[in-house]
Design a protein around this ligand. Structure first.
Ligand SMILES: NC(=O)C1=CN([C@@H]2O[C@H](COP(=O)(O)OP(=O)(O)OC[C@H]3O[C@@H](n4cnc5c(N)ncnc54)[C@H](OP(=O)(O)O)[C@@H]3O)[C@@H](O)[C@H]2O)[C@@H](O)CC1
Ligand SMILES: Nc1ncnc2c1ncn2[C@@H]1O[C@H](COP(=O)(O)OP(=O)(O)O)[C@@H](O)[C@H]1O
Ligand SMILES: [K+]
Length: 505
């Protein structure tokens, strides 16, 4: 799914209206109906009991709010609409004012009266906001943010631009939930604005698909339909050789669990064979916990030093629990220098930290190596940034300069390809914020690489599946108690869920 900005959506709106032979008011009505449906589904029967207040601006976002108010009112909800006084309402806003009837007018200087609790629907500004809100908006935004119940925003939290940096301190609605139309907007995905976006749902309002397909942009949002088609069916005559031999290299004293989790995740992700290269201390641990894995035991006792990789491996996953002791750094550097240019590799954790401290090794990275830093590791690798936009630009420059794929972990993990395209992930939840989740991801992606998925596909599919395991695990364990090992246990269900339905049993 593409990520688009306000200007692009305005154009697609126009094309939709022409091609579908509908009026812009009808499109607004569609959007409002979808928003009402989504709120009914999220709030359930509770919505009937709540006093609902809708705050409307002068543009089409306000027009949506007026339509939502009318639809909710017709369905018997306890709804109150407040409309900002203006000299220049948009045409569809005016139509919906007439259709709604009763509403309360307010100005920015008014002491806006709100119920003590209930649901507040913010329809002041949507994707038509062209710059930060000025000081005159502080009063109303502060009132909205101080509301005693949940605040939901239609299309965008008012005050948040779709895809540009915003001055910190500019007035902005802090929405518990955003119902955004057709496609996500970049600022809904960036950590910088996390405080204003409690969560969001994309509502399909049936904009013209050709126009959506043709819209240009480097930013994408990976949803199930984008990756389900990548999963390869298994032929009846396939065998373990068909699915590749993955090699995981890592572990050190006290951190063997990382390799255990990575190895189990690899095997559960379908590789045919798996070898783990571990220091001697890892030998009994791996053999007893992951019997399917073969072992190549290093000469190093407590940490890796030899990095021998004599097998014929289709993919390497390196760095998990590895440490960066002197002999490990030496062995890793030598291993990097001996790599074949077509090798498929994913580097994580200490492998990335070693690269950060030994930039001379970057030149040995085979093309399309996947690097999986969390924000701190990324900063060691590419340097400090001043904001999320600069971070993305610096990451793109790094990916291009070294011909690698950067996978920046976090909520909405961003995968940055060397051509500058950027894929944000849609799955996952804060239950994954427990040490070990990253090791599971490395195992999954290494396994996919071994099976022959090209690196960008392996990265997108791996990140999506990894997040999906957490979304499934959340139903059983919740976000607080969920563990990385639970993610592994939900891999079978996640793959099954993603698998395209077959008409043959
Ligand atoms: N495409 C879709 O998916 C569909 C979109 N739909 C809906 O339309 C919404 C977009 O509507 P929109 O274009 O009328 O813009 P909106 O957000 O209401 O605000 C514009 C108003 O704000 C003003 N203004 C701007 N910046 C300002 C500032 N810094 N400070 C002060 N004022 C400022 C600006 O006034 P101006 O300055 O230009 O005179 C203008 O009057 C979209 O979010 C969605 O809800 C659906 O109905 C149908 C399908
Ligand atoms: N709030 C969150 N929402 C979605 N995914 C998250 C969230 N927090 C962490 N994750 C995911 O969990 C994993 C954590 O990996 P990492 O930071 O390397 O930790 P570790 O290797 O110690 O487990 C990443 O894949 C990251 O995207
Ligand atoms: K809004």
């Amino acid at each position: 799914m593409k990520i688009l900005n306000g200007a692009q959506l305005q154009l697609i709106d126009q094309l939709t209206i022409q091609r579908q032979g509908i009026s812009s008011w009808e499109l607004m009505e569609r959007a409002a109906l979808k928003a009402v449906e989504a709120m009914e589904s999220d709030f359930g029967e509770g919505l009937q009991e709540l006093p609902i207040v809708i705050i409307c601006g002068k543009g089409n976002n306000g027009g949506d709010g007026l339509a939502i108010g009318r639809i909710l009112g017709e369905q018997g909800y306890n709804v109150e609409v407040k409309l900002l006084h203006s000299e220049n309402y948009s045409p569809d806003n005016l139509i919906n004012q007439q259709k709604l009837g009763a509403k309360e007018m307010f100005t920015l200087d008014d002491d806006l009266k709100l119920p003590a609790s209930g649901l507040l629907i913010d329809c002041l500004f949507g994707s038509g906001l062209h710059s930060e809100l000025g000081i005159s908006w502080v009063n109303i935004i502060r009132r909205i943010n101080g509301f005693g119940g949940p605040v939901v925003s239609i299309d965008m939290p008012s005050g948040l631009l779709t895809d540009r940096l915003i001055d910190s301190g500019a007035p902005m609605v802090h929405a518990d939930k955003v119902y955004t139309f057709q496609v996500p907007k970049l600022n809904l995905l960036l950590p910088a604005y996390g405080y204003a976006v409690g969560g969001f749902t994309v509502l399909d309002i049936g904009l013209d698909t050709q126009a959506l397909d043709e819209a240009e942009g480097a930013y994408h949002y990976t949803v199930a339909e984008d990756v389900a088609g990548l999963l390869r069916p298994r032929s009846r005559f396939s065998h373990k050789g068909t699915f590749g031999h993955a090699c995981l290299i890592g572990g050190s004293e006290g951190k063997m669990g990382a390799v255990v989790m990575s190895a189990r995740a690899s095997l559960r992700s379908g590789c045919g064979l798996l070898t783990a290269v571990v220091p001697q201390i890892g030998h009994p641990i791996l053999q007893s916990t992951v019997p399917e894995a073969m072992l190549s035991v290093d000469s190093g006792k407590l940490q890796l030093e030899e990095f021998s990789n004599n097998g014929n491996f289709q993919a390497f996953g390196v760095g998990i629990g590895m440490g960066k002791g002197e002999s490990t750094v030496r062995g890793f550097s030598k291993w990097m220098q001996d790599l074949k240019s077509q090798a498929r590799i994913i580097l994580d954790a200490d492998a990335l930290n070693i690269l950060s401290e030994h930039a001379d090794l970057l030149k040995f990275l085979p093309r399309q190596t996947i690097l999986t830093p969390h924000p701190k590791e990324l900063q060691r690798l590419i340097g400090e940034w001043s904001d999320d936009y600069e971070k993305i630009e610096m990451a793109k420059t790094f990916a291009r300069a070294h011909g690698v794929i950067l996978l920046i972990k976090g909520a909405h993990t961003a995968i940055i390809d060397e051509d500058g395209s950027c894929y944000f992930n849609s799955t996952g939840n804060p239950g994954m914020a427990t040490g070990g989740s990253g090791d599971v991801l490395t195992g999954i992606i290494c396994s996919l690489l071994a099976q022959g998925y090209v690196p960008l596909e392996a990265a997108k599919l791996g990140v999506f599946i990894h997040g999906l395991t957490a979304d499934l695990a959340k139903e059983k364990f919740g976000e607080i108690s969920m563990l990385p090992t639970d993610l592994i246990d939900f891999l079978p269900m996640a793959f099954e869920k993603l698998k395209p339905r077959s008409y043959l049993a």
